[in-house]
Design a protein around this ligand. Structure first.
Ligand SMILES: Nc1ncnc2c1ncn2[C@@H]1O[C@H](COP(=O)(O)OP(=O)(O)OP(=O)(O)O)[C@@H](O)[C@H]1O
Ligand SMILES: [Mg+2]
Length: 779
C-alpha cells in the first residue's frame, strides 16, 4: 500500500475510489458537474506520483484540444505545487518568479510533455506520423509519413471533381456535401467502400460506395487523409500489424477517456485494440499493470449525428469482460454530488432531463446553496433579446468588482444566432470570443454573399469576382478563368472588363462562354439596381437567383442548413442596419460589414464567450445566458416530430443549463426576424418542463403556463411517403404536430424536391419539407 498523497483530499470518497483504482477497467458514470473530469485529471497525477508510472505510458483522450490544454495545465500546476512544497516548504505562487518559471519548465519537460493527452484526432495523427508507412489499404495503396490532413474544403473539391468529372454524375442528384456526409458516416462505422456497398444496396448507396472508392484513390494520390481517416486508418493499421499493435499496447499501460458517451464505433475499436492487444476484450485477463478508465454521462450524449453512440458507454462493463454485476463497484463508480451549480440551477436541470424516457436514472445532489433564482426573459424580438443579455452583462460586470468578462457565456442552438449578440457587444466595446467557430462575418457563406455584393458595387474587385464566379458551380472551369484572368493582366484591366466583352469571352472561353455571359448578365442586372433599390432587395435577389441557396438546399445536411441560416441572417443584418441608420444603401451596409468583421480576438479569460451548445460540453461559466429558447429553434425544427431527436435536443438543453455555476438566464423572443419577414415565435416546450417556482420572469407569459403539446396524439398520423409537388396545392389545410393547424401559402421546388410555406395562425409562416416532416392533411 502506498500512503495517500494529500492532494487527494480535494476529492470526495467516490472520486478517490476512482482515482486510486489502479489496474483493470473502470467506468465512472455521473451527471454534469460531478467532478468526472477532475477525477480523470487527478487520476493521471496519481498514477505518476503514487504509482510511479512513466508519463509516456499514459494515454488520455479529451473531447476538445482546449480541454487537453487545460488538463495539462492543471497537472503541471499540481506537480509544481507539490515540488515547491517539498523543496521550498511553500506553494508555487509564493516562490520568486524565476524559481516558479524554473520549476514549471522542469515539470513540463519531465511530466506534462511526455504524457499523451489530446483528442482522438490529434492523438491518432501523432501515431500515424510515426507509423503510417506500414499501412496498406485493401487496394494496396500506401501513404508516407509526411501525409497532409485535408480540411473540409479540400475534401469537398475532391468529391465534387469525382462526382462530376470522373463518374459523370449530376451533382444536383449527388450533392458533394451529402455524398461526403454519407462517406464520413461509413468511415465512422468503420466500413470500407466494399462494406458500404454491401450495407447499402439501393442505387444511391452503390453510387456513394463508388465515389468513396474513387475518393480514397484521390486521397492516396495526394498522400492525404481526411479527418475521419485519422482514426479509421490507425485502427486498420493496428489490425494489420501485430508487431506495431504489440508495441503500442506495451506503450500505453493506462488509457483514460473523458466524455465517453460521445464515442463512436471506430474510436471504441482503437481504444479496445490498444488496451487488449487485439485480444477479445471480453476474455482479456491480463490487467496487471494496466487500466482502461472512462468517464461519461449518457444524459450528455449530443453527437449522434457524428455516429456517437451512448450505448458504447452503457456496454462498457460487458465489453471489458467483467462477469461482475453491472453495479459492482470494482468496475463502476458513480458520483452523486454536483459541485458546479447552485441548487436552483441543478434542480432545473434534473427536472428537465427527467422528461427523457431513454435514460438510466441517477442521483445528482447539490453541494452548494440555493443561489439566485433562474431568470427567464421574454423579449419583443431578437434585437431586444441581445440588448437584454448585453445589458445584464454590463450591469453585473459593473456592480461586482470580482466579475470579469470571462465569467460570461452566451450559448445558442445555431451559429446564425450569434450575429445580433456580436453586434451589440461590439457597440458596447465588450471583448468577446466565438468559441469553436468563426465570427459571423468570417464564415465562408457570409463572405461569399459579401463578395457578390462587393463585385456589384465594385466590378474591379477581381478577388470577389474569382470567389463568386463559380460559386455555386456554373460550369465555369478553372482553366477558362485562368485564361481570362491572364488576358486581363496582360491588358492591365480588371477581369470584369474582359468578361463583359462578349466577343472576347466567346474567343477565350469557347465551352464555358454561355455560362460566363449568363453570370455577367445577372451581375449587371444587380449593378443597375444599386442606386435605386435598398441593400435588402439586392441581397434578396442574390439569394433567389444566384443559385446559392438552392445549392445548399440540395445538399440537405445539417451543416448546409446552418449555412442557409447564416446567409439569411445577412439579409437581416442589412435590414437592421437600414432601420438603425436611416440609410438603406448597399454601399453603406458594406462599409459597416467590413468594420464589424474587424473586431479582433483576445484571450479567453478577458472576453465574453459565445458558442453553440454543442461546443459548450465539459465547460463551466459563472454566468450563463441560454438564448433563443423557442419552439422550432430549440428544440430545433427537425426534432419536432421525431421523439429520439427531441430527446437529444433535451440532452443538449441539459448540457446548456448545467454549464452555469452561479447565475442562469434564459431568453426567447416574441417574434424573430426570419428571412426578412418578422415571424411570431412561441416559447420552447422545454421551458414549460422546468419547475416554475425556481424561475423569475419579466412577464407572466415568459413561460408557457401549460405544457406545449410536443406531440399531439389527436389526429391519427399518416406518414406521407415521397410527397410530390402534385400532392399539394396552395390553400391546403394541414396539422403539424408541433405547430398545430396551418394553411399552405406557397410551394417551392418541383417533383419530389419541394418545400411548403405554411401559415400557422399564432405563429406565422414556416418553411416545411413535407418529405421529412409528417403533416396531416385536413379536408
Ligand atoms: N470534490 C470536489 N470538491 C470541490 N469541487 C469539486 C470537486 N470535484 C469537482 N469539483 C469542481 O466542480 C466543477 C465540476 O467538475 P468537473 O468539470 O470535473 O465535472 P464533470 O463531471 O466533468 O462535468 P461535465 O459533465 O459537465 O463534464 C469544477 O469546477 C471542479 O473543480
Ligand atoms: Mg467533464
Amino acid at each position: 500500500m502506498t500512503s495517500t498523497p494529500d492532494f487527494l483530499s480535494h476529492l470526495n470518497p467516490s472520486q478517490r475510489q476512482a482515482v486510486e483504482h489502479f489496474c483493470g477497467p473502470l467506468l465512472v458514470v455521473a451527471g454534469a458537474g460531478s467532478g468526472k473530469t477532475r477525477a480523470l485529471t487527478y487520476r493521471i497525477s496519481n498514477l505518476v506520483l503514487t504509482h510511479r508510472i512513466n508519463p509516456e505510458n499514459i494515454l488520455a483522450v479529451t473531447f476538445t484540444n482546449k480541454a487537453a490544454k487545460e488538463m495539462k495545465a492543471r497537472i503541471e500546476k499540481l506537480f509544481a505545487d507539490r515540488i515547491a512544497q517539498e523543496k521550498h516548504g511553500k506553494p508555487l505562487d509564493l516562490l520568486a518568479p524565476y524559481e516558479q518559471t524554473k520549476l514549471r519548465s522542469h515539470v513540463y519537460k519531465t511530466i506534462t510533455k511526455p504524457l499523451w493527452i489530446g483528442t482522438f484526432h490529434s492523438l491518432c495523427a501523432r501515431l500515424l506520423r510515426m507509423e503510417i508507412h506500414k499501412y496498406q489499404d485493401e487496394q494496396g495503396r500506401k501513404w508516407e509519413r509526411n501525409f497532409s490532413i485535408f480540411d473540409e474544403s479540400d475534401v469537398q473539391s475532391l468529391i465534387k471533381d469525382i462526382v462530376v468529372n470522373k463518374l459523370n454524375l449530376d451533382d444536383r442528384k449527388f450533392p458533394p456535401r451529402s455524398v461526403r456526409f454519407a462517406i464520413s458516416n461509413a468511415k465512422n462505422q468503420g466500413w470500407s467502400p466494399d462494406e458500404l456497398e454491401a450495407n447499402q444496396q439501393d442505387f444511391r448507396g452503390r453510387v456513394i460506395a463508388e465515389v468513396y472508392r474513387a475518393y480514397q484513390d484521390g486521397l492516396a494520390a495526394n498522400n492525404a487523409l481526411d479527418f475521419d481517416d485519422l482514426i479509421r486508418v490507425l485502427v486498420l493499421l493496428l489490425k494489420q500489424n501485430e508487431q506495431t499493435l504489440a508495441y503500442w499496447h506495451q506503450q500505453f499501460h493506462h488509457i483514460l477517456v473523458d466524455e465517453y458517451q460521445d464515442t463512436n464505433r471506430t474510436q471504441y475499436d482503437m481504444l479496445s485494440l490498444l488496451a487488449t492487444n487485439g485480444a477479445d476484450a471480453k476474455t482479456f485477463k491480463s490487467w496487471q499493470n494496466r487500466s482502461v478508465f472512462v468517464v461519461g454521462d449518457a444524459d450528455q450524449s449530443i453527437y449522434s449525428f457524428r455516429a456517437a453512440d451512448f450505448r458504447i458507454l452503457m456496454g462498457f462493463q460487458q465489453d471489458f469482460g467483467d462477469d461482475l454485476p453491472d453495479d459492482d463497484t470494482r468496475t463502476m463508480v458513480k458520483l452523486e454530488e454536483n459541485y458546479r451549480s447552485t441548487e436552483n440551477i441543478l434542480q432545473a436541470a434534473n427536472v428537465l432531463i427527467d422528461n427523457n424516457t431513454e435514460r438510466i436514472d441517477k442521483v445528482l445532489k447539490p453541494t452548494r446553496g440555493k443561489g439566485e433564482p433562474i431568470y427567464c426573459y421574454r423579449a419583443d424580438d431578437e434585437l431586444q433579446e441581445a440588448d437584454f443579455v448585453v445589458g445584464q452583462i454590463r450591469q453585473l460586470e459593473q456592480q461586482h468588482p470580482e466579475v470579469q468578462w470571462g465569467d460570461f457565456a452566451i450559448l445558442y442552438r445555431t451559429n446564425a444566432q450569434s450575429r445580433a449578440f456580436e453586434e451589440t457587444l461590439v457597440r458596447w466595446a465588450i471583448p468577446y470570443t466565438v468559441v469553436g467557430g468563426l465570427k459571423f462575418y468570417d464564415r465562408r457563406e457570409v463572405k461569399d454573399i459579401l463578395a457578390y455584393l462587393r463585385l456589384i458595387v465594385n466590378p474591379a474587385d477581381s478577388v470577389s469576382l474569382k470567389r463568386v464566379i463559380n460559386t455555386p458551380r456554373r460550369g465555369i472551369g478553372k482553366t477558362t478563368m485562368d485564361r481570362l484572368t491572364q488576358a486581363a493582366q496582360e491588358l492591365g484591366v480588371p477581369t470584369w472588363e474582359i468578361l463583359s466583352d462578349e466577343a472576347t469571352v466567346k474567343t477565350l472561353a469557347s465551352r464555358g462562354s454561355r455560362n460566363i455571359l449568363g453570370f455577367v448578365d445577372m451581375i449587371r442586372l444587380w449593378q443597375s439596381q444599386v442606386d435605386t433599390l435598398p441593400a435588402t432587395e439586392i441581397i434578396q435577389g442574390i439569394l433567389d437567383n444566384s443559385g446559392y441557396i438552392r445549392n445548399l438546399q440540395d445538399q440537405d445536411t445539417d451543416e448546409a442548413e446552418d449555412r442557409i441560416g447564416n446567409v439569411k441572417e445577412l439579409y437581416n443584418a442589412a435590414q437592421q442596419f437600414a432601420e438603425e441608420n436611416g440609410d438603406d444603401s448597399l454601399l453603406s451596409f458594406l462599409a459597416n460589414a467590413a468594420l464589424a468583421s474587424d473586431a479582433d480576438d483576445k484571450e479567453d479569460s478577458t472576453t465574453v464567450s459565445m458558442m453553440t451548445l454543442h461546443s459548450a460540453k465539459g465547460l463551466e461559466f459563472p454566468i450563463v445566458f441560454l438564448v433563443g429558447i423557442e419552439q422550432g429553434l430549440f428544440p430545433n425544427f427537425r426534432s419536432l416530430d421525431d421523439p429520439a431527436a427531441l430527446e437529444e435536443e433535451r440532452r443538449l438543453c441539459y448540457v446548456g443549463i448545467t454549464r452555469a455555476q452561479e447565475r442562469l438566464f434564459l431568453s426567447h423572443a416574441r417574434e424573430r426576424r426570419l428571412y426578412g419577414s418578422r415571424e411570431p415565435a412561441i416559447p420552447s416546450a422545454f421551458l414549460s418542463e422546468l419547475p416554475r417556482d425556481l424561475i423569475e420572469t419579466n412577464t407572466p407569459t415568459a413561460i408557457p403556463s401549460q405544457g406545449i403539446e410536443m406531440f399531439s396524439s389527436a389526429p391519427p398520423q399518416k406518414k406521407l411517403p415521397n410527397t410530390n409537388a402534385r400532392d399539394w396545392a396552395v390553400g391546403d389545410r394541414l396539422v403539424h404536430k408541433g405547430y398545430g393547424l396551418g394553411e399552405v401559402t406557397h410551394i417551392f421546388g418541383a417533383g419530389n424536391k419541394i418545400c411548403l410555406a405554411v401559415k400557422f395562425p399564432n405563429l406565422g409562416k414556416k418553411i416545411i419539407d413535407p418529405n421529412i416532416t409528417v403533416l396531416e392533411r385536413v379536408e
